[in-house]
Structure formats: structure tokens, C-alpha cells
Design a protein around this ligand. Structure first.
Ligand SMILES: [Zn+2]
Length: 432
């Protein structure tokens, strides 16, 4: 009995489920849980009137999350109810166990959630392999289907939001009726088609933002103690952690070309300022330097000028980079040798290495600057070959790889690519 009480606590919802018994099947390494639904009055899915008349009882077999090497199976006793509302189009319906299992599903919702996560992260085939390692059964088709079903549900919900809104429902009532958040309703009503999922919307928003002007002022005045700064802004109401302040201080150190924790030198450091737009990363800096001059806005030009003024080496790197970009854009192969000679004089080792690699490949670089052709398509085919090879690693012969490479159509614009199944490859004639 104690074990039954223990297993009961592992059920997703002990208020609407009861564990009657459990058994361990040694032959199939399965834990079988006999579970009964204990809901009393169940709302009809069509008219939402609560029904109490039971039509029949039956058992559903459900897969649940595994326990170690053992698969867990539920034998769930559920009922079919009779809807007594004479206005309703539905007469019989099976009881819904919201949040536990979807109607007609063969696995619990918490297990479905795991499979969806695997499908999204790894794609069909790889997701299946990992889910089998984890003791969960699901085919590639299931994973893809689950992912598609979830999207379909969101599309349907989006349409319902618009339909209710067209009937004049207020947002709050729509949210309550569909069981979704009010903010989701607002978001759905902003676009006529379902908005695709994007990155976190609070990216770049930090609790520290309102306090940055103050921190910068103190920093430039010479206070470099992150803990002290933290104490100061806490008095002004900063609700965040000291670690956030410490990270910000570290960034300010880097902006001034200082290693963190290094004592400030006697000479005056350049003042730092919070960028108005995005945080500066190496990628963004490269983009700013190499962007066409006529496309830079005032702010970007100001920032470039500021970098140039910070250190002669930075200015030199910017000039060399921009000259090289111009040389490639305007196809001036005769400017290449003078550029290489100039870089050879430079004190920046990264540029030296870059120039050495260019010099090694002199003919190819000159051809790249003068000819209209490029190696992009070839690189693309190589990438595709590697992808196919890795997908079937250890499972198929070179002959199959060759066939898949030749017979799988490349990606066409606006159309997803589907790798061929083995049976399809064998069904096709070899002469292609
Ligand atoms: Zn009904």
C-alpha cells in the first residue's frame, strides 16, 4: 500500500486521478499503473453543460515518462458521458482530462511535451534515436506530427480569436473563453496571420538600464568598485543582483581596453559611453567597418570616428579593412599587391596572418577579384554531401550515399528539402 501512495504522488494530477494498483512486468520491463479518473461532473466539449450520466466505461492504454530502464504504462479507466442538453449537437462524449492527456492520444501530455521538445531540437530522425535512448517510444513521423499538430492548434486558436473579435467580444472575454493569456490575444490581434515564434522579446532589456547613466557617470569619475556601485544604485531602488552590476563593470573595463581586476593606471583613461543602439560585438564592429560609406548613418560615422581616435592601431586596422573591401567591391586586382605591401609594414599581427594566407593563394584571390564566378554553389553541394553522410553515419554504404546525393533534389527556393527514404531510393532506377 505504501508503494501505491508513492506512485500516486508521481501522477500529474492527483485530484482527478486515482491510482488503484500497480504491477511490475519483469518480462517486458514495464511498470503498469492502474489509474481511474475521479471527475464527477464533466463539461460537454460542445455546449460546456456539465454531464453526469455515464454511458459506458472503458480502458485506455497510455505511455508515460519512463522510470529508469522501465517503461511506464497507464491502464486508465475513463468514461463516456451522455450530454443531456437537448439543444446540443453532441449526444455522447468521452471525458476530457485537461492537462493530463489529449482526447484519443496514446501518451500522457507530459510525455508528449518531451517528444515535442526533442523533435524541435533535433529534427525527426535524430530525435527518434535520442528518445529511444531515453526509453520513450515515438517514431520520426510522431515527432514531426506532434510539432505540426502544435502549430495547427496555434493557427486554429488565432482564427478563433479573430472570429470572436469580429463578433464584438472584448479581449478579456476572448482570453477567458479560449483559456489563453490576455497578452496572447493582443498579440494575435496585431496580425491577420499567425505570428511566427521569435526570440525572447525582452532581449536587450535589462533591469540595469535606468541606472546606466548614473553608473557611467560614477565610472568615468573614477569609481571602479562594482560592489560599491551596486550598493549605491540599490539606494535608488535597483531591484537586480550584484552579479549583473559586476558584469556591466567588466564590460566597461573592456571598453577602456583594461583587463578586469587590473588597477587603473595613472594616465587618464578614455571616457566610456553607453551605445545608443545595440551592444557592440565583434560581429557588429566588423559590419560597421565594412559597410559602404554612403550607407552609414550619422551615428555610425560618429562611432567609427570615435574608434579611430581611441588608438592608432585601431585606426590602421579600420583603414586596411576598408581599403580591402573597396578593392574587392570595385574589382581592382592591381591594387592588391600594394595593399599586401602596406599590410606587411603594419604592426597588427592579425592583419599579417590574413595577408600571408592571401599571398599563398594569390592566383585564386586575383581571380576572385576579377571574375564574375564564385565558389558558393560548390561549397553548398559539399555542405549538403556532409549533411547526408552524417545523417546516415554507420548505417549505410557508400553506394547509398552516392544515390542519395545524386537523387535527392537540392533545395529549391521557397521549398523545404526532404531526404529520401531508403525504400524510395531502391524503388528508383539506378541510371539517373
Ligand atoms: Zn453538449
Amino acid at each position: 500500500m505504501e508503494m501505491t501512495a508513492f506512485f500516486s504522488r508521481l501522477l500529474p494530477d492527483s485530484t482527478s486521478l486515482r491510482l488503484d494498483a500497480w504491477q511490475f512486468d519483469d518480462a517486458t520491463l514495464r511498470i503498469i499503473l492502474h489509474v481511474t479518473s475521479t471527475q464527477t461532473a464533466v463539461p460537454c466539449p460542445v455546449c460546456t453543460v456539465r454531464a453526469q450520466r455515464v454511458h459506458r466505461r472503458y480502458t485506455r492504454l497510455l505511455a508515460d515518462l519512463p522510470w529508469g530502464p522501465a517503461r511506464v504504462q497507464w491502464q486508465l479507466r475513463v468514461r463516456t458521458f451522455v450530454c443531456t442538453n437537448t439543444q446540443c449537437s453532441r449526444r455522447l462524449f468521452t471525458e476530457r482530462l485537461t492537462g493530463i492527456v489529449a482526447p484519443w492520444a496514446r501518451r500522457t501530455q507530459r510525455m508528449a511535451a518531451w517528444l515535442i521538445a526533442l523533435g524541435l531540437a533535433l529534427g525527426g530522425a535524430a530525435g527518434v534515436r535520442l528518445s529511444r535512448c531515453l526509453g520513450m517510444t515515438g517514431s520520426r513521423h510522431t515527432l514531426q506530427q506532434k510539432t505540426a499538430q502544435r502549430r495547427a492548434r496555434r493557427v486554429e486558436c488565432h482564427q478563433q480569436v479573430w472570429a470572436l473579435r469580429a463578433q464584438g467580444w472584448p479581449c478579456q472575454a476572448i482570453a477567458a473563453h479560449l483559456g489563453i493569456g490576455k497578452r496572447t490575444v493582443f498579440r494575435y490581434l496585431r496580425t491577420l496571420t499567425l505570428p511566427e515564434r521569435t526570440r525572447r522579446c525582452d532581449r536587450g532589456r535589462s533591469l540595469l538600464n535606468p541606472y546606466k547613466p548614473y553608473l557611467l557617470e560614477r565610472w568615468n569619475a573614477g569609481c571602479r568598485d562594482a560592489l560599491r556601485l551596486y550598493g549605491e544604485i540599490q539606494q535608488y531602488g535597483y531591484p537586480g543582483s550584484s552579479a549583473t552590476v559586476a558584469r556591466y563593470a567588466q564590460r566597461l573595463c573592456q571598453a577602456q581596453g583594461q583587463a578586469p581586476r587590473q588597477r587603473p593606471p595613472r594616465q587618464t583613461l578614455p571616457t566610456v559611453a553607453e551605445p545608443h543602439h545595440q551592444r557592440l560585438t565583434a560581429r557588429r564592429a566588423i559590419w560597421l567597418v565594412l559597410r559602404r560609406e554612403e550607407k552609414r548613418d550619422e551615428e555610425e560615422a560618429r562611432q567609427l570616428a570615435q574608434w579611430r581616435a581611441q588608438h592608432p592601431e585601431v585606426a590602421e586596422a579600420i583603414d586596411c579593412g576598408q581599403d580591402f573591401a573597396r578593392l574587392v567591391r570595385q574589382r581592382q586586382p592591381d591594387h592588391l599587391d600594394p595593399w599586401l605591401a602596406r599590410v606587411a609594414q603594419s604592426t597588427i599581427t592579425a592583419l599579417h596572418r590574413f595577408a600571408e594566407r592571401l599571398a599563398d593563394d594569390d592566383d585564386a584571390v586575383k581571380a576572385g577579384v576579377t571574375r564574375p564566378w564564385r565558389s558558393g554553389p560548390v561549397e553548398g553541394q559539399i555542405t549538403r554531401l556532409k549533411m547526408l553522410k552524417r545523417q546516415m553515419f554507420g548505417r549505410a554504404s557508400l553506394a547509398l550515399l552516392q544515390r542519395r546525393f545524386v537523387l535527392t533534389p537540392g533545395r529549391e527556393p521557397g521549398q523545404g528539402q526532404r531526404p529520401l527514404e531508403l525504400s524510395e531510393v531502391q524503388a528508383r532506377p539506378a541510371a539517373a
